[in-house]
Design a protein around this ligand. Structure first.
Ligand code: FAD
Length: 409
């Protein structure tokens, strides 16, 4: 007979989103299973954790470990490298202008998952179980969700949290449709050492005709992670280069602001596309992270948006769902509360990307004018900085919480 085990909450997907969701559910007092294969440690990306992500992770007791692995982002510098007639002025946003010591921290994804995974060990183990394999199918509805595992075992839970990515089996079981779109671009991701010049905790984004070329402080004062958004062909061409030739080419594209580069990781390519679920909940199911939304890596928004999914879900459960975290009431409230933030972030990233790659003068002009105005009007600059960090309705909360937090550089 198949083994069937019961928990309050099942989280499917063991990436950063799934780990944080499981830790959050344990902190709310539920029993929880985290389902998904062990992390392979092969993710070449880094994640800038910004704004409300910092106090939120601090509240879960996770921040000190994560922060010790990351680099502070104190200044964001935008440089127009489109070579177009109407050139935007170089713009620098400094976190001190909005009373913060840093906008956030950039951390290697493998180290981030390792930190989160070791935090699982500190939790009350009787209430947290890890099942390091794929879930093969999910049956939603009724009083409990049934999850069939690859090894033939089964889990029953009152709530399933879908953190299983763009091809989510939870979303599929709920019959939720996706809007999907693609971009004629890909992101080449690689880490670089620049021995002659320190980054001074500045993140530099060159706006090019094919997308942003962004250098973000990485492991120490003399390393940066690069997200280089180019055409798919150009990304393949760069990836095929020998490390020394690639370093030279990237130094050229960075206008030698940090002197010579040394390539210190294997380049990886991520094709750019967008997805958005038409609903963010199903019967006894909450969609979070890339099962619900994904968009190009511009402005460091993806995982930060996901952390707001999880904190909102926790808020509505605390309010109305301690007795039944998968009730219709909780999930409808979660869905309603996430719409504005997810829609506005997705639209904002889309418009910023299109303003770079579109040949239409309107989008280009709007970006140039926006940055010119930001340079001249301090109130607008401050608004843009705060808007980049958090959901519109939570900006004040973020600033207050981050000021209290005051990360030390
Ligand atoms: C180049 C690039 C740069 C980025 N930079 C930033 C940034 O600076 N800041 C930011 O906030 N965001 C950033 N993002 C977005 C961020 O990386 C993603 O949002 C985040 O990594 C997604 O994590 P996740 O846990 O949601 O998904 P994943 O890491 O994809 O995890 C999904 C997990 O689900 C598991 N899974 C799938 N199906 C099943 C199943 N049936 N059963 C069990 N498990 C299953 C998979 O094995 C996987 O472990 C960036 C993205 C890219 C592409």
């Amino acid at each position: 007979m198949l083994q069937s085990r019961q928990v309050d909450v099942a989280v499917i997907g063991s990436g950063p989103a799934g780990h944080v969701a499981a830790i959050q559910m344990i902190k709310l007092g539920f029993s929880c299973v985290l389902i998904g294969p062990a992390h392979g440690g092969t993710d070449g990306r880094t994640t800038a954790l910004l704004g409300s992500s910092v106090p939120y992770l601090e509240g879960l007791g996770l921040w000190d470990a994560i922060k010790s692995e990351g680099q502070a982002l104190r200044t964001m510098r935008l440089i127009d490298d489109t070579g177009r007639l109407f050139k935007a002025p170089t713009t620098e946003f400094d976190s001190s202008e909005i009373g913060l010591e840093a906008f956030g921290y950039n951390i290697d994804n493998n180290r981030l998952v390792a930190c989160l995974h070791s935090a699982l060990g500190g939790l009350e183990m009787s209430r947290l179980i890890e099942d390091q394999q794929f879930a093969s199918s999910v049956a939603l509805g009724g009083d409990r969700v049934h999850i069939d595992m690859a090894d033939g075992t089964e889990w029953n839970a009152r709530l399933v949290i879908a953190a299983d990515g763009r091809k989510s089996i939870v979303r599929e079981a709920a019959g939720i449709e996706m809007r999907k779109w693609s971009y004629p671009q890909a992101a080449l991701v690689v880490n670089l050492h620049h021995a002659s010049t320190a980054h001074n905790n500045i993140s530099t984004e060159f706006h090019t005709k094919t997308g942003p070329f962004t250098l973000v402080p990485y492991r120490d004062g003399f390393t940066s992670s690069l997200v280089c958004v180019v055409t798919a062909d150009d990304a393949e061409r760069l990836k095929a280069m020998e490390p020394a030739a690639l370093a030279l080419e990237l130094e050229r594209r960075a206008h030698s602001i940090y002197g010579a580069f040394e390539v210190i990781s294997t380049p990886q390519i991520f094709p750019l596309s967008g997805v958005m679920a038409k609903e963010f909940h199903g019967p006894r199911a909450a969609l979070i992270a890339e099962s619900a939304h994904a968009f190009p890596p511009i402005g460091a928004q993806g995982l930060n948006l996901t952390l707001r999914d999880i904190s909102t879900l926790a808020d509505v459960i605390r309010e109305d769902g301690i007795n039944d975290p998968g009730s219709e009431e909780v999930l409808v409230a979660y869905d309603r509360m996430r719409r504005g933030d997810i829609w506005s972030r997705t639209a904002g990233v889309h418009m910023l990307n299109m303003s770079l790659i579109s040949s239409l003068p309107f989008g280009q002009g709007a970006r140039t004018a926006g940055l010119a105005l930001a340079n001249m009007v301090p109130t607008l600059r401050k608004f843009m900085m705060k808007a980049g960090l958090d959901a519109p309705g939570r900006i004040g909360w973020t600033s207050a919480a981050m000021k209290k937090h005051q990360p030390k550089l």
